[in-house]
Ligand binder design. Structure first.
Ligand code: NDP
Ligand code: PYR
Ligand code: MG
Length: 751
């Protein structure tokens, strides 16, 4: 079943926030000083221009050409939505660009050309050749796409690849190899019916035939029905090449006794009756996007013996070209290929099929919240498989070198494989695995501030993402009005609103609170006010009594105030061992900064406690902790009274015999930079620190906010640790995503 229900509103919000669209450009060189300007621009820029003029191959050394791919469309076949035109295709093309970056670290820009004329299209693309290392054509309808691709391949000296044709064919072939293996059938013997005789359909059938499928066993159909020999209506030369002698005229006729159905046509093109008439153990790839020809539920209802795949990410077996184009181009770019040829495509298909049969690493299981193993529901690797980046491009590059399209062959393949591994951003996998853990935990999270639209959105997202149950503290009519104003009216019935008026536990909560606070100047009336009217306290009481597994608050009030209120219910004071740990993610690195919430001016013993909590949170996030005690001096120089406690804290830890690395005092550059660390060979850190213990809360706050504002770092936290229950306090400037991240941390039980 499709698990993660997406609404139109979700999709539109995603595309609007934080800025319209899905990507932006950043400089990779410093652009701060006069000298930087003179190098990046005139006069310095003249030198590489002259070098490239003298030797064009050096464009790969002095410009971004070698890692830049254009995603180009005219919008004539946008997914399965039809001819929406150039402008409306832009979200898909921006999407392909970010997939290039995310999965294979290929820089990519989208270009939408407002023409249906193949000549005009080819001219525009050809003239852009010098800019790019490769051209990925996308969502251009058949038959024009065949003419365009063929011409551009002839006219350009960089890879030109129509993703909907060859990307789809490669993934379809990989999935089919494995599906047939599982159903005990051979490609030479099976009867294949393919619906949709366009870009994807023609290319799929051609590749499968080159891999052994027999012409007479393959029937192709389009909107006019079966493409039989002698048909004249709606034909073209590409369809004619696949016409067969057959009595079948409709798709239903063709599907009778078929072993394989491949759909690259449109939503709902296949009925349950058609599926029911197929041969035993049928293979059904309903690849139309965004909605398949038939859903897996519908297909399985009539044929439980079928292996079913779709193009979507919310069902098992996603047969989608996202598994192909990033890695095909990565391999091609890395050998400065002139083209992506058939051998490279087949190498890609075989490598993907082989990968799916291997043991799946735990990391992937974490990302998907379940163990995957080769079988009917796992015939093809999942897009988040971290092995793809080093396994597929190497296979593609090898095939390219063997077939002579490499301008710069790779000499050391082992080193190449290693360099591919290091391209991927480890922070992405941390966030992904937290999400997966939350999904597996299915925790009930109480969102204390149900009067804030950001909180409501986060609560709805939490629940819709299948993480568990979201409870929001608030008044039902107010929540309803706010959700409706946010365009989320249908979510009103999805999330549960909780408050003092609708709980049966109010008296229990009050008794608990009275017991804790009666000797601190609180009388019965104060207790009633706190328990019944303060949403932070009410949510904390729910958590304390096991009526929720985690709580999130702090979006509407300063964290110090919120912490004070939480302290009525939990022991979250400095002397209780509570600590705030903030994760800062930037440029593929993650560091935890602590204490960002509880201790104003910790002494050396507090600092040692803080280090222990920081190390524990690091382990919870999947990091092996290396703790640095930070100051403005390193190992006693310069001497300063203010640095004294940072010098003493490691000594306190020495006596505690903790099981993680720590060192200090040191400046932040020594903590983070391995070269700066070389000056201190006696240091006990074996690498850059990932937990930074700072001298005071104000320095913590300054560091985190500086990273956020100046560098655009992603900040998660402060994660409140040491309270014994997952209470997470976000900041008043939190976005919906920040609040959701805190809910995920709470849901994972990190405390
Ligand atoms: N999963 C994946 O990775 C991919 C999936 N696709 C999907 O494949 C589909 C086609 O894309 P593409 O090849 O680029 O588009 P094209 O426009 O090039 O081709 C579409 C083809 O589908 C046929 N068709 C359309 N509707 C029906 C129908 N109801 N019954 C039978 N045939 C139909 C058309 O028939 P006619 O010739 O008679 O007009 C045409 O032959 C889309 O849904 C797209 O999302 C595409 C690429 C990748
Ligand atoms: C996946 C894709 O490229 C398409 O559906 O068009
Ligand atoms: Mg496409």
């Amino acid at each position: 079943m499709a698990k993660n229900k997406l609404t139109r509103e979700d999709a539109l919000q995603f595309h609007m926030q934080p800025t319209p669209g899905k990507w932006e450009i950043q400089a990779t060189v410093p652009m701060t000083t006069q000298r930087d300007l003179s190098l990046a621009y005139s006069p310095g820029v003249a030198i590489p221009c002259e070098e490239i003029f003298a030797n064009p191959a050096t464009a790969y050394d002095y410009t971004n050409k070698g890692n830049l791919v254009a995603v180009i469309s005219n919008g004539t076949a946008v997914l399965g939505l039809g001819n929406l035109g150039a402008l409306a295709s832009k979200p898909v093309m921006e999407g392909k660009s970010v997939l290039f970056k995310r999965f294979a670290d290929v820089n990519s820009i989208d270009i939408e050309l407002d023409t249906e004329d193949p000549d005009a299209f080819c001219n525009a693309v050809r003239l852009m050749g010098p800019t790019f290392g490769g051209i990925n054509l996308e969502d251009i309808k058949a038959p024009e796409c065949f003419i365009i691709e063929q011409r551009l391949k002839e006219e350009m000296d960089i890879p030109v690849f129509h993703d909907d044709q060859h990307g789809t064919a490669v993934i379809c072939a990989a999935g089919l190899l494995n599906a047939l293996y599982l159903s005990g059938k051979k490609i030479e013997d099976v009867k294949i019916v393919l619906n949709g005789a366009g870009a994807a359909g023609i290319a799929c059938l051609e590749l499968l035939k080159s891999m052994g499928a027999r012409h007479d066993n393959c029937i192709m159909a389009d909107t006019k029905g079966v493409i039989y020999q002698g048909r004249t209506e709606g034909m073209n030369q590409w369809k004619s090449a696949h016409a067969v002698v057959t009595d079948a005229r409709s798709l239903a006729d063709a599907m009778k006794d078929a072993d394989v159905f491949l759909g690259v046509s449109a939503k709902g093109a296949v009925t349950q009756d058609m599926v029911a008439s197929m041969a035993p153990n049928p293979v059904i790839f309903a690849m139309a996007n965004p909605d398949p020809e038939i859903t897996p539920e519908e297909a399985h209802a009539v044929r439980p013996d079928a292996i079913v795949a779709t193009g979507r990410s919310d069902y098992p077996n996603q047969v989608n070209n996202v598994l192909g184009f990033p890695y095909l181009f990565r391999g091609a770019l890395d050998i400065h290929a002139r083209a992506i040829n058939d051998e490279m495509k087949i190498a890609c298909a075989e490598a993907l099929a082989a990968l799916a049969r291997e043991d799946v690493p735990d990391e992937v299981a974490m990302a998907y919240g379940k163990k995957l193993s080769f079988g009917r529901d796992y015939i093809i690797p999942t897009p988040f498989d971290p092995r793809l980046i080093h396994r597929i491009p190497t296979a593609v590059a090898r095939a390219g070198m063997k077939t002579g399209v490499a301008r710069r062959p790779i000499v050391d393949m082992d080193a190449y494989e290693l360099s591919l591994k290091s391209r991927m951003d480890p922070t992405a996998s941390i966030l992904r695995s937290l999400n997966a853990r939350a999904r597996a935990a299915q925790s009930t999270v109480v969102f204390a501030e149900g009067d804030d639209p950001r909180v409501l959105r986060a609560a709805v997202l939490y629940q819709r993402a299948g993480m568990g149950k979201a409870l929001v503290v608030g008044r039902s009519d107010d929540v309803r009005a706010k959700l409706t104003a946010e365009g989320l009216a249908e979510a009103v019935d999805e999330i549960e609103v909780v408050n003092a008026a609708n709980t049966i536990h109010l008296e229990t909560y009050k008794a608990f609170l009275y017991k804790r606070l009666q000797r601190n100047g609180f009388d019965a009336q104060d207790i009633h006010r706190l328990a019944a009217r303060d949403r932070h306290v009410f949510a904390a009481l729910m958590l304390a009594h096991g009526h929720a597994d985690g709580m999130v608050t702090g979006a509407t009030r300063k964290s110090a105030h919120v912490l004070e209120l939480i302290n009525h219910v939990f022991d979250a004071q400095p002397h209780d061992g509570a600590v705030g740990v903030t994760a800062v993610l930037h440029k593929g690195r993650i560091v935890l900064i602590t204490d960002t919430l509880v201790h104003e001016w910790p002494d050396e013993n507090d600092l040692a406690d803080i280090a222990e909590r920081g190390a524990s949170v690091a382990r919870d996030l999947g990091l092996e902790p290396r703790v640095a005690f930070l100051s403005f001096s390193t190992f006693g120089s310069p001497v300063s009274e203010r640095a004294e406690k940072m010098r003493k804290a490691p000594v306190v830890l020495d006596n505690r015999r903790v099981d993680f690395e720590y060192e200090g005092e040191m400046t932040v550059d020594v903590a983070l930079n391995p070269r700066a660390q070389e000056n201190y060979p006696f240091s006990r850190l074996t690498g850059p620190a990932n937990v930074l213990v700072v001298p005071a809360r104000h320095s913590a706050s300054i560091s985190v906010k500086l990273m956020q504002e100046m560098a655009g770092a992603t900040v998660i936290g402060p994660i409140l640790s040491g309270v014994g229950k997952p209470v997470q306090i976000c900041s008043t400037v939190s976005t919906v995503n920040d609040i959701l991240n805190m809910a995920v941390i709470a849901a994972c039980g990190i405390d």
